[in-house]
Design a protein around this ligand. Structure first.
Ligand code: PLP
Length: 378
């Protein structure tokens, strides 16, 4: 079975799993305990914090470990409940941990404005600016979309937020490890990350929050993470995240080049053989390993099942939406009809994808996409 679903999650890198096994077997202390067992565990957590800081360019006090990318997003939205400015601007293609979370907060007095995207999945910064109101407390625009791979115009949005003195949160879950992420250069106030998207473990997230910014804990209790996220730390998971982030930061440029090359070969061969296939997303403002394809006349659900039987694992639209009869909200937002929406698959390459594997996927795909009948001249 060959894996082409790296956007859904990634296999844990062996170097990361070896470290985690060592910690699980030998480091059981509670990082809050003062004795030697506790100190040892604390050492691992703080080392990971440093690795994350180096990877994203921030200070250790600005990293908050938590349970997932979804939690990191929810922490930021939840904080709005305690401020005076209770309006959020977000894009139509945010992950459900932003998109659905703002809807959950509506009855509690948090209002929101959704900004549309163009047919490549990019937000227009002028529309973000126009959506800002006197009571806007947050702009939340993801850096990279999970279904399309499109990268948003971060610098322009950051400038608008800076000028208007509004916090700018960005969901960076699909960005870290795929493209360089430097939170200070990006100009974000906060950013969320998840270890399992960059060859780390599942169930570990990070929220970067710029120094001095207000935060109200979503999970109250003990004083872990400086009182900002209660709960005894997942020492092995956090350490795994630290190492995964360090490895990804070192390898990101080479990996971008390698994956862009694989993607280009795949897309050009596919287009040459089946010109009717549509490639969704932006042609240049994209992460290199993601290909969203719409294949007129071919059911994505059936195609994914056939490819599964052939030994290839990939998704129909977003992983979380597969099996659901509802068309993807993201694909709808870029203007795909419901029919084309259901004829869209997402292929995502990653660290362990080889040129031979991409070639065999291409051949399998071609087998299942009928050759379009040539138009007869009348
Ligand atoms: C863009 C984006 N944000 C947030 C998340 C949620 O991360 P987690 O699975 O760690 O909750 C995902 C996961 O699919 C994602 O793709």
């Amino acid at each position: 079975m060959i894996y082409f679903d790296y956007s859904a999650t990634t296999p844990v890198d062996r170097r990361v799993s070896e470290l985690m096994t060592e910690i699980n077997e030998e480091v059981f202390g509670n990082p809050s305990s003062v004795h030697l067992f506790g100190q040892k565990a604390r050492g691992y957590v703080e080392r990971a914090r440093q690795q994350l800081c180096t990877a994203v360019g921030c200070d250790p006090t600005e990293i908050i470990f938590n349970g997932s990318g979804s939690e990191a997003n929810n922490i930021i939205l939840h904080t709005l409940l305690y401020g005076e400015k209770r309006h959020v601007v977000l894009s139509a293609i945010e992950h459900p941990s932003i998109y659905n979370a703002v809807k959950e907060l509506e009855p509690l007095g948090i209002s929101h404005t959704i900004v549309d995207v163009d047919d490549t999945g990019r937000v227009d910064p002028d529309e973000v600016s126009a959506a800002i109101r006197d009571d806007t407390g947050l702009v939340s625009i993801m850096m990279v979309n999970n279904e399309l791979g499109t990268v948003e115009p971060m610098a322009q949005i950051a400038n608008i937020c800076k000028e208007q003195k509004i916090a700018f949160h960005s969901d960076g879950v699909q960005a870290l490890g795929k493209i360089p992420v430097d939170v200070k250069n990006l100009g974000v106030t906060s950013m969320s990350f998840a270890a399992h998207k960059l060859y780390g473990p599942k169930g570990v997230g990070v929220l970067y929050l710029a120094g001095g910014e207000e935060l109200h804990p979503l999970i109250a209790g003990g004083s872990q993470e400086n009182g900002r996220r209660a709960g005894t730390e997942n020492v092995a998971g956090i350490s795994g995240f630290g190492l995964a982030a360090e490895l990804a930061a070192v390898e990101v440029h080479d990996e971008m080049e390698r994956l862009s090359h694989l993607r280009n070969i795949f897309v050009s061969n596919l287009k040459e053989n089946r010109p009717e296939v549509m490639i969704n997303g932006h042609s240049s403002e994209t992460v290199p390993g993601v290909v969203s394809l719409s294949i007129p006349g071919v059911s994505a659900e059936k195609l994914v099942m056939k490819l599964d039987m052939d030994g290839f694992a990939l998704s129909a639209g977003a992983a979380c939406a597969s099996g659901s009869p509802k068309p993807s909200r993201v694909l709808k937002a870029i203007g795909l009809s419901d029919e084309l929406n259901r004829q869209t698959i997402r292929i995502s390459f990653g660290r362990f994808t080889t040129a031979e594997e991409v070639d065999s996927l291409l051949n399998a795909l071609l087998k299942h996409i009928p050759i379009a009948e040539a138009e007869t001249a009348t």
